[in-house]
Design a protein around this ligand. Structure first.
Ligand code: SF4
Ligand code: FES
Length: 338
């Protein structure tokens, strides 16, 4: 086992663990943000640089600090390593620069973007971004592209994290899309359309950290913080059938995979569950979805008498314990009244 200290907290991890994985073991409060790394997608990470950390001590054997910030999702822990994330003002300043670059070509269309409220770039900008931009050039523009009947690509919002490329590569048979061109001219190739026939192609929506890939069955239907997420499952012969249903009143507005404390889907779901099962009767409802209490999505979970249900304030660390519980009927006060 290797010992690593991150922001003053020490943990022992197996050899081959990255700094980001070690930080996640310590908890979401310690973990650096990650816009491209996705634990269940092989070879993800290394593109966005939001996960940079400062290594103040390389290892017990070679205690020299690393000369510049390193991408924690791609840097392995060495025994005795010491790392700073939130405790280094310099590092936070460097991350602010990364956010500025990510926003250089990103439109300010949060008020009309379906990802608003659950957009990792929005959260990242709020926590690490600058108030204004120094970018004076014209932003890149693209036509919207329909990727099959259910998904729409807004290339203007894409930050080129490659997650959807990895999904199409690893969850659908045959490589049918990727990133075309390089640098400022890079774009998700339109032949992503070819992968849409596959039953798992809808997962590109869940892994996209921004609003570049949107669910056409949910587009402009509602703001996500006005909906009520409920855990539900059904018998499915293609996937686990474990999903989150997003209700408005008694209507299921959308179906997504269940995301963990780091915003990653726990189990990828099939297109049948995602796009074709929009009737609450198709599902066995387990109960309200636990959402990080800092999320704007939690802000709307008030009862009629203005009391806040306890699920809105549970800590994210409770995710697992809650999910392992046997299925309970939905308590009357949490039923779907808006
Ligand atoms: S479309 Fe979304 S998931 Fe795909 S590369 Fe762009 S930001 Fe990443
Ligand atoms: S999460 Fe590490 S480079 Fe993107």
């Amino acid at each position: 086992m290797l010992k690593v200290t991150i922001d003053g907290q020490t943990i022992e991890v197996p050899e081959g663990t990255t700094i980001l994985q070690a930080a996640r073991m310590l908890g979401p409060e310690v973990a650096p943000p990650a816009m491209c790394y996705y634990s269940t997608l092989e070879t993800s990470g290394g593109y966005c640089r939001t996960c940079i950390v400062k290594v103040t001590k390389g290892s017990e054997k070679d205690p020299r600090p690393m000369p510049k910030p390193v991408a924690s999702c791609r840097t392995m822990v060495m025994d005795g390593m010491e790392v700073q994330n939130k405790t280094s003002p310099e590092l936070l300043e460097a991350r602010k620069g990364v956010v500025e670059f990510l926003l250089a070509n990103h439109p300010l269309d949060c008020p009309v973007c379906d990802q608003a409220g659950e957009c990792h770039l929005q959260d990242l900008s709020f926590e690490h971004g600058a108030e204004s931009t120094r970018y004076e050039f014209e932003r890149r523009t693209f036509e919207k592209i329909d990727i099959g009947p259910n998904v729409q690509l807004h290339m203007t919002r894409c930050i080129l994290c490659y997650r959807c490329v990895k999904v199409a590569d690893q969850l659908t048979p045959g490589r049918s899309h990727g990133v075309l061109n390089r640098g400022d001219a890079s774009e998700i190739s339109t032949y992503i359309e070819k992968s849409i026939d596959n039953e798992f192609s809808g997962n590109v929506i869940d892994v996209c950290p921004v609003g570049a890939l949107t669910d056409k069955t949910f587009r402009f239907k509602n703001r996500v913080w006005f909906t009520k997420p409920m855990d539900a499952h059904r018998e499915c012969d293609k996937c686990s059938g474990k999903v989150a249903l997003w209700f408005k009143g008694a209507d299921v507005l959308r179906v997504t995979g269940r995301k963990d404390a780091f915003g990653e889907v726990e189990e990828f779901i099939c297109n049948t569950c995602r796009f074709e099962k929009k009737d609450a009767a198709d599902w066995k409802i387990e109960g309200p979805r636990v959402i990080d209490h800092k999320s704007v999505i939690s802000s709307n979970h008030y009862l009629a008498n203005n009391q806040v249900p306890d699920f809105a304030f549970r800590e994210v660390a409770d995710y697992k314990a809650i999910e392992d519980k046997p299925v309970q009927p939905v308590p009357a006060q949490n039923q779907l009244n808006n």
